[in-house]
Design a protein around this ligand. Structure first.
Ligand SMILES: [Zn+2]
Ligand SMILES: [Zn+2]
Length: 271
């Protein structure tokens, strides 16, 4: 399959669980020869398997242990273990993810089949990432920030794509600094900004906070993702627009984000 070599492709963008818009969180980051799956929520592996893109995945990075970001890890491990046993690929994430990996293997491992006894441990050997650390995964450089969320969570910056993905987080000064100077911001907007509601303590943003982050960080393109309900797009867009005057889009499975010349833009979308 022929792909652009510097892009982020949306696989799933729903909060909590799949919706009419498709899977929960999942994004393919492609730089040069490396394809990294970022987050692996419910529905992500089904979509990647049916499109044929699953075979491209060289490594997986999970931002945090919530189900909508890691629920399909075991599905991926099973797919890679049976009927053909594929070469293991690395899994990265906060150290706390180890608990999920051990739990999945304990509950779903099949003791009578050696290749499925501990599928996650065998097929996706885990390397913990310290919050705030930088790393390279093949051709892809990754910078991280500890997010404001109830469990250890990584916000991610991909310098090769000039893009920040907030994952799940409240709006903080650190996140503004981390995002400053980036062209494209893929930001969560989980809740509608109803009068008087503050999601910061709960570790999420609404459209208003995502718009404020985009404005203060000076980004060109704001792509809103992780909405609780696809029907909330209009009020979420209105809330973001009240704080940010640049381009606003909503993430969709099949959408590809990259750069054309010096401009951040949506390179392709699936209608
Ligand atoms: Zn989430
Ligand atoms: Zn979360």
């Amino acid at each position: 399959m022929n792909h652009m070599t510097h892009e982020l492709c949306v696989i799933g963008c729903s909060a909590c669980a799949p919706t009419t818009l498709g899977p929960a969180s999942g994004y393919l980051v492609r730089v040069e020869q490396t394809t990294l799956l970022v987050d692996c929520g419910p529905g992500v592996i089904g979509r990647l398997a049916s499109s044929g893109d699953l075979a491209d995945v060289d490594a997986v990075l999970v931002t945090h242990e919530h189900l909508d970001h890691c629920g399909d890890l075991m599905t991926l491990a099973f797919r890679r273990a049976f009927p053909q046993r594929l070469e293991p690929i690395p899994l990265y994430g906060p150290a706390a993810l180890a608990r999920v990996i051990e739990g999945f293997d304990q509950v779903f491992g099949i003791p009578t089949l050696p290749e499925l006894r501990t599928p996650l441990n065998d097929q996706l050997p885990f390397t913990p990432i310290d919050l705030g650390a930088g790393l390279s995964i093949g051709d892809i450089r990754v910078e991280t920030l500890g997010a404001a969320h109830p469990v250890p969570t990584l916000s991610l910056r991909f310098p090769d794509l000039d893009l920040v993905y907030t994952s799940d987080t409240g709006l903080t000064e650190e996140l503004v600094e981390f995002t400053a100077g980036t062209s494209t911001l893929l930001a969560e907007a989980t809740y509608v900004n109803e009068e008087g509601r503050d999601f910061t303590a709960h570790g999420h943003m609404g459209g208003a906070e995502a718009g404020e982050l985009a404005a203060r960080a000076g980004v060109e393109l704001l792509v809103l993702t992780h909405l609780s309900d696809p029907d909330d797009e209009q009020p979420t867009c209105d809330a973001a627009r009240s704080r940010f005057t640049g381009s606003i889009e909503f993430a969709r499975p099949g959408m590809r984000l990259g750069r054309a010349g010096s401009r951040a833009r949506v390179m392709a979308r699936e209608d």
